[in-house]
Design a protein around this ligand. Structure first.
Ligand code: FAD
Ligand code: DHB
Length: 389
């Protein structure tokens, strides 16, 4: 098989890129290791910036997003007994939209066939070949038979653990990493949210986030040690912990219900600055990870894809290579700022095991300052809604 752009991974990055290329008439296809249902079963992001909703609108795939997405005009930072509301709408004129990554992925998958976007699921043992030559290709196994796809370009949209980044030779790889000494334990349940807007809380008992997917579905997270396992947490124990942290802060108190999903995710900051190697381009989590505080991961994936799609479309239309040459610098300028914001909010809102009473006083003073300074609130709000692309 031969195509112009072979995309590895059918997460949000790969699906958005595939649709944008097909919409512009650029030949491409997506190769995904998992089955579609498995991809849809991963509960992840929930807060979309306008860069992400804007791409869905550009694709004409935003009907359900417009209907079912919740417009959030503000969110809250909290201590044990104080809510600091960040009035995003008043401070920036913009809002974010609560709409699950699962739903976004579902919309993109559902439209693939009718838009001529081929997605090959359950492609095993994928290997990238000759990415720094003129004729790169992929090999993989489908139903036990080896397949080969030749392409002009390869887009590595295969997440943090995928093979694309690993295909860049170590001497060429420029990367930066910071691991945090805790993870997030999340629960998804069909119960009404405890508060009309998200609450990020730095409490004596550790960080906690009250989020939602709809008016009847809640998503909560708490900070847990890296050694913790989901099996150590019964649903009751987690609801008790959430009630301790959110009952004093929220409008309705925490409503309990059976978990649809519970999982632990470690927190990491990571940037691979080598986002291009020959004919291979990286986009989304394959090139960078942010700690989830601030909800930047999916939205950064969308801005990478915006830059990469425009560069590939321009090249295919006119042979203009400037977008491809400039992709890495353009993407990294936005990535590093989102990394900074996610790192800042993580440091501000979590209890680090190595922190003592002085560091706690510093966090309290900073939150007090945020509470009293419109300038600080504006800075937080403009980063939260997403910096311009
Ligand atoms: P992925 O979603 O990881 O997709 C990569 C795809 O590549 C996968 O489908 C994978 O199966 C496939 N793949 C991997 N290896 C291979 C292979 N060998 N062959 C073929 N295919 C392969 N972000 C936000 O913006 N807002 C939030 O509120 C938010 N909350 C989050 C909460 C949690 C708990 C977590 C874990 C993440 C959160 N994120 C959030 C981050 C967000 O989910 C990711 O940034 C996003 O999924 C990145 O999309 P992607 O397509 O680049 O990568
Ligand atoms: C959610 C996740 C986040 O990381 C965040 O900052 C806000 C919301 C969520 O899953 O709803």
């Amino acid at each position: 098989m031969k195509t112009a752009v072979a995309i590895i991974g059918a997460g949000p990055s790969g699906l958005l890129l595939g649709h944008l290329l097909r919409q512009a008439g650029v030949d491409c296809l997506i190769v995904e290791r998992q089955a579609a249902d498995y991809v849809l079963g991963r509960v992840r992001a929930g807060v979309l910036e306008t860069v992400t909703t804007g791409l869905m609108e550009r694709l004409g795939l935003d009907d359900r997003l417009q209907r079912e997405g919740l417009v959030e005009e503000g969110f809250n930072l909290a201590t044990d007994d104080r809510l600091i509301r960040i009035d995003v709408k008043a401070l920036t004129g913009k809002h974010v939209t609560v709409y699950g990554q699962t739903e976004l992925t579902r919309d993109l998958m559902a439209a693939a066939e009718s838009r001529g976007l081929q997605v090959i699921y359950e492609a095993k043992d994928l290997v990238l070949h000759d990415v720094d030559g003129d004729e790169p290709f992929l090999t993989y196994h489908k139903d036990g038979v080896e397949q080969r796809i030749e392409a002009d370009f390869i887009a590595g949209c295969d997440g943090y653990h995928g093979p694309s980044r690993k295909a860049i030779p170590a001497p060429k790889l420029r990367d930066y990493e910071l691991a945090y000494p805790f993870g997030w334990l999340g629960i998804l349940a069909d119960v009404p949210p405890c508060h009309p807007e998200l609450i990020y809380a730095n409490t004596e008992r550790g960080f906690a986030l009250a989020s939602m997917r709809s008016e009847t579905r809640s998503r909560y997270y708490i900070q847990v040690p890296l050694t913790d396992r989901v099996e150590n947490w019964s649903e009751d124990k987690l609801w008790d912990e959430l009630a301790l942290r959110f009952d004093p802060l929220s409008e309705h108190g925490v409503t309990r219900g059976p978990a649809i999903e519970m999982s632990i995710a470690p927190l990491r900051s990571y940037v691979c600055e080598t986002m291009r190697h020959g004919r291979l381009f990286l986009a989304g989590d394959s090139a960078h990870i942010v700690p989830p505080t601030g909800a930047k991961g999916l939205n950064l994936a969308a801005s990478d894809v915006h830059y990469l799609a425009d560069a590939l479309i321009a090249f295919h239309a006119t042979g203009d290579e400037s977008g491809l040459t400039g992709f890495e610098a353009r993407a990294l300028a936005r990535i590093w700022k989102a990394e900074r914001f996610s790192w800042y909010l993580t440091k501000l809102m979590h209890r680090f095991p190595t922190d003592g009473s002085f560091e706690h006083k510093m966090q309290a003073a900073e939150l007090d300052y945020v509470g009293s300074s419109e300038t600080m609130q504006r800075s937080i709000a403009e980063n939260y809604v997403g910096l311009p692309i």
